[in-house]
Design a protein around this ligand. Structure first.
Ligand code: DLZ
Length: 159
């Protein structure tokens, strides 16, 4: 089998990528952790001036991602937290945001890091928020995935 391995992720090959972070506003404490983790990951990669936009809720992430994807960004990172309540609303928001972001990414060819937590409880979300005591840091992970994919795409489009 032939083919290139994934390009190394470093300031050298990522620092000039244009990246936008879009963050919903529900569940402030978890969102603060996700945004901090995402911005930290971008700094580690030398991407010091990302665009950061806020939207009201996770349902609004796809439309903003679509507009930004048409404006020359190399990668987009979508951050949100949806926590199950007592009505079917949870399913509709989760489905809308997941399908919406998938569609935007495939239709536009711009990688989107999926940093949307869909949790049964706030405790589960806090455990993934990259704050003190969390076991996971999903904002950081979403940036790494989106930037790695953008670097891969760039490596195949250049001779
Ligand atoms: C309405 C709503 C509810 C009930 N829960 C959440 C949530 O847990 N996380 C989230 O990001 N947004 C929630 N929203 C707001 C919707 O995403 C959306 O902003 C509104 O339905 C208005 O379009």
């Amino acid at each position: 089998m032939s083919g290139k391995g994934a390009p190394e992720l470093s300031v050298r090959n990522c620092g000039d990528l244009r990246v936008a972070v879009i963050a919903a506003q529900w569940h402030e404490k978890v969102m603060d952790g996700l945004v901090d983790g995402a911005l930290r990951a971008l700094r580690e990669l030398g991407i010091d001036e990302p665009t950061l936009l806020r939207v009201p809720g996770s349902f609004e992430l796809p439309v903003v991602a679509k507009v930004l994807a048409g404006r020359g960004y190399d990668a987009i990172v979508a951050l949100g937290v949806v926590i199950r309540g007592g009505t079917p609303h949870f399913e509709y928001v989760c489905q809308g945001v997941t399908q919406g972001l998938t569609q935007v990414s495939i239709d536009t060819g711009v990688p989107i890091g999926f940093g949307v937590l869909t949790c049964d409880t706030e405790e589960q979300a806090l455990d993934r928020a990259g704050i003190e005591g969390s076991r996971e840091d999903k904002g950081h992970e979403a940036v790494t995935a989106a930037v790695a994919t953008a670097a891969t795409l760039r490596s195949v489009s250049e001779p």
